[in-house]
Design a protein around this ligand. Sequence first.
Ligand code: DHB
Length: 410
Amino acid sequence: MTSPSPTADDHGEVDTVTEVPVAIVGAGPAGLLLAHLLGRAGVETVAIDTRTREEIESTHRAGILEADAARTLVETGVSDRILREGDEHAGIELRFGGRAHRIDFQDLVGESVWLYPQTAVFVDLADARDRDGGTVHFGTSGTEVLDVESDRPRMRWTGPDGTRHEVRARYVVGADGSRSQCRELVPADHRTQHAREYPFAWFGIMAEAPKSAPELVYAHSEHGFALISQRTESVQRMYFQCDPDDDPAAWSDDRIWTTLQARVAGEDGFRLLEGPVLERTVLRFRSFVQEPMRWGSLLLAGDAAHTVPPTGARGLNLALHDVTVLAEVLVEALGGTDAALDDYQRRALRRVWRAQNFSYWMTQLLHAAPGGSSFDLRRQLGELDNVVSTRAGRTYLAEQYTGWPTRDTD
Ligand code: DHB
């Protein structure tokens, strides 16, 4: 319901006022899946994002969806494109000591993961919102979230045409990513931020080349970490550990390929298939959790509340899990049981901390700490050997990589 008459308060005048039960700041995968799930339950939402749809679609992000997240997309009617265009991966390869060791997920835990880039997940969700008549505004500016300590919070923004809008809601969800403005609405003396920095970053490339391997290769070497991933038959995604201050423009194609080849080289003669580097970026990362995830009428979800290092590809999966739980408890809360929301943080955080541990563990297992000693390197090789040489070790990795069944983290 939109009222045409302008209204003003101490935050200034707005041109339109709308009322919906849930306002969502952030229209990435977390915000859009939440809007989709609430829409299916008959709950109307408005989602906004400062980025344009084209900007989100052209930002490369991680590529792995765990089985439960893929099932959610298909079974809740977002799209079944993942089944047609995604690649089911039944395992990964760990490379260390110059040799390959396969971790067979299907054999160990009866699950697979899907190689299906985050941008494709976003496109499917944005298309589903269009199809279902959901309200999403991209390219917004001047976002304000007001009165979250009351039960009448408001979200305000300016549209690309300069019109100032207000949505009055019962709840506001902050799904506004790792540089969240919503998480700052939890007063500093009421929030705890747990963080860990890493002394390295990832150099990510898209290259025009055939696949070098059928599955993902996570490589440990004395020169540092490398990850060989795929996108299509002719475009590949690869990463290697670099210095956080590296300038991507300073790396020639030659230097990139020499670095990657050195990190995967081994007695089995494995070599990457090379080609022109289409894109290069340095990705900085950290481990981060902010608590609480609820403050009054504000709920935080996904990267706004927690980020993980990219090793093991947990970030998107965690965000999708958050909003799956959140949709459930918001429907209960809107039905009159506000206390249902207290359960959100407990259910979300249990999985978040398990994933924090896994992402941290995979990162420290595979990366070379700058200035590390020969002891550090050989200890890592010992740990990798422990992981691959027993079924218990391989199962430990497989369970975490494919994601825990929701019932195990509830
Ligand atoms: C990709 C990214 C990751 O961080 C990861 O662990 C696996 C795959 C990717 O972009 O394909």
